[in-house]
Design a protein around this ligand. Structure first.
Ligand SMILES: Cc1ncc(COP(=O)(O)O)c(C=O)c1O
Length: 437
């Protein structure tokens, strides 16, 4: 095992972290396997959030590490501008097999944020190629998280992720979020609220539907706290997009690769978008990778609009479709298929959600939500927003459980290979620790 001794934590400016607080009492992870982490003190911790929704097949999968090692020794890097390597084409074919019919063209990036920014540009390039370049406006939603690049920041619906950065990309209009306090403790989809999708119609009527390029939504709003779409909501968005010629983009960065019990949430909710973004579990977290998958008509329109021999889409990343990431993703998809992890998620979900919703009644828990293998609990606030969540996260970690928090909301998304006993362990620690927060 590689050991990196360090006497200082000062120089690394950590993202989305209270740096001074962390450095005073660090939580360093030095080993991972299955559903477990080990910290620098040798203590074992259950990873109840699959890293950051990445490690669906569990940590430290040898097949993936071996595939990456082999690829790096065979061919470590080539640009994929004007050159190619076989594994990216094979990976695109495999991803297209998993996405809904008609979404068969894949553009690779290195993260969810890059996938989102790529999707924004694809939408603009598509409308431009169709002679509708006036479609420059985007619709997003309150409480949305679409990564941290400038495009994703503009789409963001979380105040803290926006407030310091001003109106970085003008022309983004936000629909209302779908959380309704009257639906607290709803397991699965809330029965009411589909009419909230009509916000998109109102925006199209206000600004002119012909000025709107695309509507971005997470099928289940993830980072903000697992807001499950009301029954009929996504279908209604689809209808309104069709009515106004607006592209529907599903950001599946968290929902994708089995988390909802099917390959993608699009299939779980039976709504086909025009564009899908994905990342995280595409490589089981072992290598950075993001991807955008588009309807064939979008690819063909952009590609056919350019003269023969000319570059069609002026966009791409040095490390997009990196050979090591492609190797990791191919090995990951093999594991998902061999171990039937998407089906397994669907089978385990009722047990997981029943056990999780038994937390209702635990003092301090203000709401529970969940769908598939994704769930969240809200803690009632305690003074400043986030204070109680930070305290809970540290106490849980000290008790052997890692849970990702957004402010006062804990996000629970165990690896899909977890067993019922693991779910019991997670929920027992949650019960014990949260009762006293
Ligand atoms: C829905 C969604 N989109 C985009 C992103 C950004 O992904 P990344 O952190 O890989 O840039 C995230 C990250 O959590 C996400 O949840």
């Amino acid at each position: 095992m590689a050991q990196y001794a360090t006497n200082t934590l000062e120089q690394h400016w950590m993202p989305f972290t209270a740096n001074r607080d962390f450095k005073a009492d660090p939580r360093l992870i030095v080993r991972s396997e299955g559903i477990h982490y080990w910290n620098h003190k040798g203590e074992r911790i259950i990873d109840a959030s699959s890293g950051l929704f990445c490690c669906a097949a569990g940590h430290a999968r040898k097949e993936i590490a071996d595939a990456v090692g082999r690829q790096l020794m065979e061919m470590d890097y080539c640009t994929h501008f004007q050159l190619g390597h076989p594994s990216s084409f094979e990976l695109a074919r495999r991803v297209a097999q998993l996405t809904p019919e008609g979404l068969d063209h894949v553009f690779f990036a290195n993260s969810g944020s890059e996938a989102v920014d790529t999707a924004l540009k694809i939408a603009m390039a598509y409308h431009h190629a169709r002679g509708e370049g006036q479609r420059q406006r985007f619709v997003s939603r309150e409480r949305a998280y679409h990564g941290v690049n400038i495009g994703g920041t503009s789409l963001a619906g979380l105040m803290k992720n926006r407030e310091a950065f001003g109106a970085v990309m003008p022309g983004v209009v936000h629909m209302r979020h779908t959380w309704n306090p009257e639906d607290r403790f709803t397991k699965g989809q809330p029965a009411s609220g589909a009419e909230l999708a009509d916000d998109l119609k109102r925006i199209c009527e206000l600004h002119g539907g012909e000025t709107v390029a695309a509507c971005f939504v997470e099928p289940i709003a993830g980072s903000t706290g697992i807001l499950v779409p009301p029954v009929g909501y996504l279908q209604r968005l689809r209808e309104i997009c069709d009515e106004y010629g607006v592209l529907l983009v599903f950001d599946e960065v968290i929902c994708g690769f089995g988390r909802t019990g099917k390959a993608f949430a699009a299939q779980s909710f039976d709504v086909t978008p025009d564009v899908m973004t994905m990342a995280k579990a595409i490589t089981n977290g072992a290598q950075p990778m993001g991807a955008v998958v588009v309807q064939d008509e979008i690819y063909e329109t952009v590609v056919d609009a350019a003269p023969d021999g000319a570059v069609e889409f002026f966009h791409g990343y040095t490390f997009g479709a990196h050979p090591a990431a492609c190797a990791a993703a191919l090995a990951t998809l093999d594991i998902y298929e061999r171990e039937k992890l998407f089906e397994r998620a669907a089978e385990l979900s009722p047990y997981f959600l029943d056990r999780f919703f038994a937390l209702r009644g635990t003092p301090g828990i203000a709401d529970l939500r969940g769908y598939g293998m994704l769930a969240a609990f809200d803690l009632g606030p305690d003074g400043a927003p986030g204070r109680r969540g930070a305290k809970a996260m540290k106490r849980l970690f000290a008790s052997g459980l890692y849970v990702k928090f957004t402010a006062d909301c804990g996000l629970v998304a165990p690896p899909l290979m977890a067993r019922e006993g693991d779910i019991d362990d997670i929920c027992t620690i949650l019960e014990e620790v949260l009762a006293d927060i």
